[in-house]
Design a protein around this ligand. Structure first.
Ligand code: ADP
Length: 721
C-alpha cells in the first residue's frame, strides 16, 4: 500500500499493510522510515507507479486515531502539487502540519453531583454542592476556584461518592456552537437584496464563480453573510469557508458574524494554540465546524462537504504564499470550489485584474453594489502636486496637507496619514561616501527603526545599533537616516501638532489580534486624533470619525517596474481612501504626488475605476503579461556564488525555445543576496495556451540537479525581487 509522507518528496512509498487492519486511502498511519517513525497518509493506488519488491517492504506500524483525509482533500493536494510544481509531500505537509493534531489531548475529568449525601456537611462542602447543583460539570481545579475551597475538599467529596467523575471529550471544549442562520439579520437595501439573491441562487447548484464588487461601506459583508445563511439552511452538513488575508485584523468580522449568527465561527491561523487548531481540523473533518474563517492555509482543511467558499478582499497580495509551497490562495480557492462542486464568491472593492478579466469574459458572474450603505457618500479625492508645494527639506507633509490636518484637528475630527513604510527610514546612508548600510550577506538595505536607534533587516530577524562609523569609508558620525518611514512621519506630526494624540499602526507596533483590536477600539473611541499607518490600516476597518486621509507618497509603489505596480497602487490607495467618511460624515483624501497626470492618479482623483481597469488591461494585453499571458519564475539560490552562477549558465544553455514563449534571464535577482544566499532568476513568459509546467519540467529534467543550489519554481509570480 502506498503511504505519502509529509516530506519534500513527490512519491508515496510502498509499505506492507499491518495484519488484521483494514486500512483505506486517507487513513493516517505511522510507518518506519530509516531508523525513525513518521506519520503519513495512506494514498490512493497508482497503476503507473513501479511495483516495489514485496520482500523488501516494511510494515505499517499503526493506524492513528484521526478521521481519514477525505478524497476531495487528497485530490486537491494533488492538484496544487501539479500546478505549483511543489512536491506532493510538501503540499501534504501544509495540510497536516497542525501542532497538536496527532496528540489526542488527555481526556478531561469533570465532576457532577450525585444523590449521595456527604458524611459531614461543612460550609466548604456546601459551597461545592451549591455550585454544582446549578451548573454544568466542572474540573476539580475549576470547582475549587469557583467555590473557593481547596482541591482536597473536592477530592474528598468525590471519594465519598457525592461527586461522580465524567470523562469528557477534551476536543469538545474547543468547538463553537453551530451558527444559526435564522437569527435575524439587518434589513437589506434593494440593491443589497438583489446582490444577496444573486449569490443565494447559486448555493446548492454546483460550481460557480462570482465576483462581489462594491465600494467600501456598501455592505458586501452583510450580503455575503446572507449567502452563508442560505448555505447553512440548505443542508445539515453544508460547510462554509471564509478566507481572509490578515487574520490578526479580523476580530471585527468575527464579532459581526456572532451578531448575525448567534455564535462565533471556527477560526484557523498559525497563532492559534495546538488544541484550538486540532479542534478546527477535527470539526472540518466531521462537518461540525459549519463555518471556518481562516487564513490561506485553511484551504487545506479536510472539509467534509463545502457548500460555499468566500474570499474576502480577494485582491490582497497577502494571499500569495511565497515560502515552501508557492501558491496563490485565491486561485487555489477557485480550484477547491470546483473540486468540491460548490460556488465561490470573490469579494473586493478593488478586484484583481485577473478577476475583472474573468468577469468580462463571462467566466465569473459579476455582482455589483455601487453605492455606500445608508446614503454615505464616497470621499472626495484631491491631488496635491508636490512639484508646486514648497515642502521644507527633510519634511514630508506639504503645507497644503498641514493646513487641512490643522483644520480637521481644530474641528475635533480624526485624520489618517498613510505611508507604506515601516520603521523610521527605509535606509541609512553615509553622507561622506553615499554608502547605503547593508548587512554583509544581504543586498537589501537595512531599515532604520526605533526612532533612529537601530537598523533592522526586513527579510530576517537581524538587527544592530545604528553604526557611528561608516562601514565602508570609515568616516565618523556621517550615517544618517534616508527617506521617511512611519516613525519619522510621527516625529514630524508631533512637531507640527504637539497637542494631537497620535499613534502608529504598522506590523511592528500592532502584532497580534488583541493588539489590533485594542488599537481599533482606541480609534473608534476617538482616543487618537491622527493615525499614522502602513498598509495594515487599509484592511477592512470602519473608522466613522475619520474624515481626512493624507497619502504621503502616492508614487511610492509605482517605482520598481513590477508588472502589478499600477494595479497595486490603485487598489491600496483606493482602499485607504475608503477608510474616510464612512458614516454620515463625508471624507476627504489628499493625495501627495509628483505625477498627478499618471493614469493611476487620474483614475483615483476622478473616481473612475472602470477607466483604470480598461487602461491596465489594454497595457497588459499588448505586452502579453498576465492575465493575458502566463508567467513563471525560476529562482536559483545557494551560499556559493560560483555554484549558483554555474547552475544558472547550465540551465540557460538548455533553455527551451519556441514561438509562443520566451525565457528571460538568468540575471542576478534584484536582491542578489538574501539571508546569506546568492540568487539568480529566470522568467518565462508564455501564451495562455502553453503548458507552462510541462515546459519547465522538461527543461529542469535536462540539467542534473546540484545539491548546493536550490531551484524554486514560482508559477504566477507576484514578487520579482
Ligand atoms: P463593506 O464590506 O462593503 O465595506 P460592510 O458590510 O462592512 O461593507 O458595511 C458597512 C457598514 O454598513 C457596516 O457597519 C454594516 O454593518 C453597515 N450596513 C451595511 N448594510 C446594512 C444594512 N442593510 N442595514 C444596516 N447596516 C448595514
Amino acid at each position: 500500500m502506498r503511504v505519502l509522507l509529509p516530506l519534500g518528496l513527490d512519491l508515496a512509498y510502498d509499505y506492507r499493510p499491518p495484519p488484521e487492519t483494514n486500512l483505506r486511502p486517507g487513513d493516517f498511519v505511522e510507518v518506519p522510515l530509516g531508523t525513525k517513525r513518521r506519520i503519513g497518509v495512506v494514498w490512493d493506488d497508482d497503476a503507473d507507479a513501479p511495483a516495489a519488491d514485496p520482500a523488501k517492504l516494511r510494515t505499517v506500524h499503526d493506524r492513528i486515531a484521526l478521521p481519514p483525509l477525505p478524497e476531495s482533500t487528497r485530490r486537491f493536494i494533488e492538484w496544487v502539487s501539479r500546478y505549483t510544481m511543489a512536491p506532493l509531500g510538501s503540499v501534504l505537509r501544509m495540510a497536516i502540519a497542525t501542532p497538536g493534531l496527532f496528540q489526542a489531548p488527555r481526556p478531561v475529568l469533570t465532576y457532577a453531583l450525585t444523590d449521595a449525601e456527604p458524611e459531614r456537611l461543612t460550609a466548604a462542602r456546601q459551597r461545592v454542592m451549591d455550585l454544582l447543583r446549578d451548573g454544568p460539570p466542572r474540573t476539580i481545579s475549576d470547582i475549587a476556584e469557583a467555590a473557593a475551597v481547596s482541591d482536597g475538599v473536592v477530592r474528598g467529596l468525590a471519594g465519598q461518592g457525592v461527586l461522580e467523575a465524567i470523562e469528557s471529550d477534551p476536543d469538545a471544549g474547543y468547538m463553537e456552537p453551530p451558527p444559526d442562520p435564522e437569527t435575524p439579520g439587518p434589513v437589506l437595501s434593494a440593491e443589497q437584496h438583489a446582490a444577496a439573491g444573486a449569490l443565494m441562487a447559486r448555493i446548492g447548484g454546483g460550481f460557480a464563480a462570482l465576483a462581489l464588487e462594491g465600494v467600501t461601506g456598501s455592505g458586501k459583508t452583510e450580503v455575503y453573510f446572507e449567502a452563508i445563511a442560505e448555505a447553512l439552511r440548505q443542508g445539515a452538513d453544508g460547510q462554509v469557508l471564509v478566507l481572509v488575508p490578515e487574520i490578526a485584523l479580523t476580530n471585527q468580522l468575527l464579532d459581526r458574524f456572532e451578531t448575525r449568527f448567534g455564535a462565533r465561527p471556527m477560526v484557523w491561523h498559525s497563532h492559534l494554540t495546538g488544541r484550538a487548531r486540532r479542534a478546527t481540523w477535527l470539526g472540518a473533518a466531521s462537518g461540525e465546524a459549519r463555518v471556518v474563517v481562516g487564513a490561506r492555509s485553511a484551504l487545506f482543511l479536510p472539509f467534509k462537504a463545502l457548500s460555499l467558499i468566500v474570499v474576502d478582499e480577494e485582491h490582497d497580495p497577502a494571499y500569495k504564499q511565497e515560502e515552501q509551497v508557492i501558491y496563490h490562495a485565491r486561485d487555489m480557492a477557485v480550484v477547491r470550489a470546483s473540486l468540491m462542486k460548490c460556488p465561490i464568491v470573490l469579494v473586493s472593492a478593488t478586484p484583481s485584474l485577473e478577476t475583472m478579466v474573468n468577469c468580462w469574459s463571462g467566466k465569473y458572474q459579476r455582482v455589483l453594489l455601487p453605492t455606500r450603505h445608508g446614503g454615505a457618500t464616497l470621499p472626495i479625492i484631491e491631488p496635491v502636486d508636490m512639484r508646486r508645494e514648497d515642502t521644507p527639506r527633510g519634511r514630508w507633509i506639504s503645507p497644503r496637507l498641514e493646513a487641512d490636518l490643522r483644520a480637521n484637528l481644530e474641528a475635533g475630527e480624526q485624520s489618517l496619514l498613510f505611508l507604506n513604510r515601516r520603521g523610521y527610514a527605509p535606509a541609512a546612508i553615509c553622507r561622506a561616501c553615499g554608502n547605503r548600510v547593508m548587512r554583509e550577506n544581504c543586498s537589501a538595505p537595512l531599515v532604520v527603526h526605533r526612532f533612529g536607534n537601530r537598523l533592522q533587516c526586513h527579510h530576517c530577524d537581524f538587527t544592530m545599533p545604528m553604526p557611528r562609523q561608516c562601514p565602508k569609508c570609515g568616516a565618523e558620525g556621517t550615517i544618517v537616516p534616508y527617506g521617511p518611514g512611519v516613525e519619522r512621519l510621527a516625529e514630524e506630526v508631533e512637531a507640527l501638532f504637539p497637542e494631537a494624540r497620535i499613534a502608529i499602526m504598522a506590523s511592528d507596533t500592532v502584532r497580534t489580534a488583541s493588539e489590533a483590536q485594542a488599537f481599533v477600539e482606541r480609534i473608534e473611541k476617538h482616543q487618537i486624533d491622527i493615525v499614522i499607518g502602513t498598509q495594515l490600516v487599509t484592511k477592512g476597518h470602519h473608522f466613522p470619525m475619520l474624515t481626512l486621509v493624507g497619502i504621503i507618497d502616492a508614487d511610492l509603489g509605482l517605482s520598481g517596474g513590477d508588472l502589478r505596480a499600477g494595479e497595486r497602487t490603485y487598489q491600496q490607495l483606493w482602499q485607504v481612501a475608503g477608510r474616510a467618511g464612512r458614516a454620515e460624515r463625508p471624507g476627504r483624501v489628499l493625495v501627495q504626488t509628483y505625477m498627478p497626470e499618471h493614469p493611476v492618479m487620474q483614475a483615483l482623483i476622478g473616481g473612475d475605476g472602470p477607466a483604470f481597469y480598461r487602461n491596465e488591461a489594454a497595457e497588459r494585453e499588448m505586452a502579453g503579461w498576465p492575465p493575458y499571458g502566463r508567467l513563471a519564475a525560476l529562482i536559483l539560490s545557494g551560499v556559493n556564488e560560483a555554484d549558483v552562477a554555474a547552475h544558472a549558465r547550465a540551465l540557460a544553455s538548455r533553455a527551451p525555445r519556441g514561438a509562443d514563449f520566451t525565457v528571460m534571464g538568468p540575471a542576478p535577482a534584484p536582491y542578489a543576496r538574501l539571508r546569506g544566499r546568492f540568487r539568480h532568476r529566470f522568467l518565462v513568459r508564455a501564451r495562455r495556451s502553453v503548458d507552462l509546467q510541462g515546459l519547465i519540467r522538461g527543461w529542469l529534467a535536462q540539467v542534473p540537479e546540484k545539491s548546493s543550489v536550490r531551484v524554486a519554481v514560482d508559477i504566477d509570480p507576484y514578487s520579482f525581487l
